[in-house]
Write a protein that binds this ligand. Structure first.
Ligand SMILES: Nc1ncnc2c1ncn2[C@@H]1O[C@H](COP(=O)(O)OP(=O)(O)OP(=O)(O)O)[C@@H](O)[C@H]1O
Ligand SMILES: [Mg+2]
Length: 183
């Protein structure tokens, strides 16, 4: 079951939301020089206890009650490692969690980015009370989407309204095109 980056973002941010995070940041950094693609997701949620952190990328580690396996982190790890990269998770109870995955940018097993713009906007629209920051850097430049800034510009309109969602998605896509993000 191979997932594109947008699907990983959906999975990992969902973990942050379940952990009660009020601020979640997603950064993607592409480097042609060292042929790497990095995905870092940081949250200020409740954190992961040390004993669980050791085995958090094992499918049988989950706080789910509806099934016995948790697949979000194991699938991200498998994808990263299949491209010569790795996944590392750092966490502190009461402070938050950082999940950092690296990939070989041009590796044949590196899945496409997918609909990152749509995913970020969907997550933000479904969680208007949380702050999302998405930063994407390529050799051509950097783009940052920050829901705090967006809310200021929206002047009272809600980020959850359909026309706003459509507008924001197109805005992000335009900006990502300008910095020539990878497929
Ligand atoms: N950002 C986070 N903050 C706090 N706990 C986390 C975080 N990310 C993961 N965890 C803990 O690690 C466990 C494993 O996460 P993982 O995403 O692999 O599986 P899951 O979320 O349990 O299930 P699935 O992703 O398949 O829905 C979670 O159940 C949760 O207890
Ligand atoms: Mg999960």
């Amino acid at each position: 079951m191979m997932k594109d980056f947008a699907m990983h973002i959906m999975d990992i941010v969902q973990n942050s939301i379940s952990a009660g995070a009020s601020q979640i940041s997603v950064t993607i950094t592409e480097s042609e020089a060292d042929d790497s693609l990095k995905l870092v997701i940081t949250d200020n949620g409740k954190g992961i206890p040390a004993a669980m952190l050791e085995k958090v990328t094992d499918p049988y580690t989950t706080s789910r009650t509806t099934r016995k396996v948790g697949l979000g982190l194991p699938l991200l790890k498998q994808h990263a490692e299949s491209t010569g990269g790795h996944l590392s998770i750092a966490s502190e109870v009461g402070k938050g969690t950082v999940a950092e995955a690296s990939f070989g940018l041009s590796h044949l097993d590196r899945q496409p980015l997918g609909d990152v713009a749509g995913t970020i906007v969907l997550l933000a629209a479904a969680n208007p009370e949380r702050r999302f920051i998405y930063r994407h850097t390529t050799p051509y430049g950097s783009y940052t989407f920050d829901t705090d800034e967006v809310n200021e510009v929206l002047e009272g309109m809600s980020i959850s309204e359909a026309p706003v969602i459509r507008f924001l998605r197109e805005m992000i896509e335009e900006n990502l095109k300008e910095i020539k993000i990878s497929g």
